[in-house]
Design a protein. Structure first.
Length: 422
């Protein structure tokens, strides 16, 4: 029997019955009851803002799938560029499609010289790389006037490919600027992750260890999409006004910058550094439990209430990386924190488990990335997720400009008081 929900407006006695599909019913039920009736839902806790066929997430069961494919299989067998194709097109590419797509991406990694010479070089020497990246992404759009042509599929595809291809270049450019190092031009003969590592680290005869190249690719896969998270919602909200994809992606990256979202990996490493030793773990957790506002960074998730499957895969990747780089000294503190927290009633009762950011920072640090670069490393692969959602949004006939309502709690109408009477 089909599931339905019946809502009655006690003020009028009017009743509306609508279907429930996969635990969701349409808000049109509320509109039907009374067009001036609204749902108060801060932070969209109970709101499904769109239909999406991109990523499936079951927070209770700890399941994450891209276009139906389990994240564990993609992390073990695929590459970031193949996953990017999958997210954007809905199906895995055949060999010819993958070869064409890879060729297109690697041949669009270069960035206009003015971006570097006049824009990135204009930042203050100690600018945060994520701040630089957010503004550079928006600035990049000004180099492509066809970016405004969002109704044209050819133009959309071109901007998507450009953004994916140029994100590692922008990221490495911002990093090297902050160190005062000369820019390393992309090398189209390298794989996507190897090209990024090369642009970041190349000095003299730099050679990329294939195990680190693979680890980077796995991290890119794991961060590629995560349905309607804060950054993706920003992408969709800005995209709904028909802004160009560079501006919308810059807004998404700005959302990612926050410490409650992608900035958490940076906060997690800073937290581990401050804790300083395994002996200090109990006192730190006591502080978290005290409710004075200290949070265990890299723990907890709005949707995952059992475990974050990405955290499990990232922990495995961490050990692969440490085999090459040597163990990150913060690992022992992290393991002790995890073990103690997972057995602690506060964390059990609040359903708090390690999320994707708990171990990713340790890997980035072992790879040599400074803490300030961590969110940049998240933004590079998440760009494809943002763009897949942007594409889906534009094709969705149900969507209109995002424009929620509010519950006004300010003063009633009152007369202006002249300065002399105040
Ligand atoms: N440490 C301690 N307590 C926590 C934590 C944490 N990391 N996370 C949540 N809680 C507690 C809250 O204090 C609250 O307790 P209360 O009900 O007793 O007041 C309860 O759990 C619910 O917390 P909310 O903030 O309401 O949960 P929400 O779903 O809104 O937040 C979030 C999710 C932001 C991820 C939160 O768990 C958090 O701040 N975690 C730390 C930051 C972090 O790791 N962010 C990365 C998330 S993954 C990503 O964005 C890629």
């Amino acid at each position: 029997m089909a599931e339905t929900i019946t809502i009655t407006d006690d003020r009028t006695g009017k009743t509306v019955t609508v279907p429930i599909t996969d635990g969701i019913f349409p808000a049109t039920a509320v509109r039907e009851l009374d067009p001036n009736l609204f749902i108060y839902d801060p932070a969209f806790m109970q709101t499904a803002s769109c239909k999406s066929a991109i990523t499936y997430l079951d927070g209770e069961a700890g399941v994450l799938r891209y276009r139906g494919y389990p994240i564990e299989q993609l992390a073990a067998k695929s590459t970031y560029l193949e996953v990017a194709y999958l997210l954007l097109n809905g199906e895995l590419p055949n060999p010819q499609q993958l070869s064409t797509w890879t060729d297109e991406v690697v041949h669009h990694t270069f960035i206009h010289e003015n971006m570097r010479k006049r824009f990135v070089d204009g930042f203050h020497y100690d600018a945060h790389p994520m701040g630089m990246l957010v503004s550079s992404m928006a600035a990049l759009g000004t180099f492509y006037n066809d970016a405004k042509d969002i109704d044209d599929k050819g133009s959309r595809d071109k901007q998507i490919m450009r953004l994916i291809a140029k994100m590692p270049t922008l990221a490495a450019m911002c990093y090297r600027f902050s160190l005062g190092l000369p820019f390393v031009y992309p090398d189209n003969n390298l794989s996507f992750p190897a090209n990024f590592l090369n642009m970041m680290w190349k000095v003299g005869d730099y050679e990329i260890d294939p195990r680190l190249e693979r680890a980077m690719d796995v991290l890119f896969i794991l961060h590629a999409d995560h349905e309607q998270n804060c950054g993706t919602t920003a992408m969709r909200v800005v995209g709904s006004s028909h802004a160009d994809p560079y501006s919308a992606a810059a807004a998404a990256a700005a959302a990612l910058y926050g410490p409650a979202h992608g900035g958490a990996n940076e906060s997690a490493v800073r937290m581990l550094t401050e804790i300083g030793s395994m002996d200090n773990v109990p006192a730190f957790l006591e502080e978290v439990r005290s409710g004075r506002g200290t949070r265990l960074m890299g723990f907890g998730h709005r949707v995952y209430k059992n475990f974050d499957p990405r955290a499990t895969l990232i922990k495995q990747t961490a050990y692969d990386v440490f085999e090459v780089t040597g163990k990150n000294p913060l690992l022992d503190i992290a393991l002790k924190l995890e073990e103690t927290a997972l057995a602690d009633p506060y964390f059990i009762d609040h359903k708090l488990y390690p999320n994707v950011d708990f171990y990713s920072g340790l890997i980035y640090q072992a790879l040599g990335f400074p803490v300030a670069m961590f969110t940049v490393l998240f933004a590079i692969p998440r760009t494809v997720g943002w763009l897949a959602h942007w594409q889906e949004l534009l094709a969705d006939k149900d969507q209109r400009i995002s424009r929620p309502r509010q519950m006004y709690v300010g003063p009633d109408a009152r007369d202006y008081v002249p300065m002399t009477a105040r």
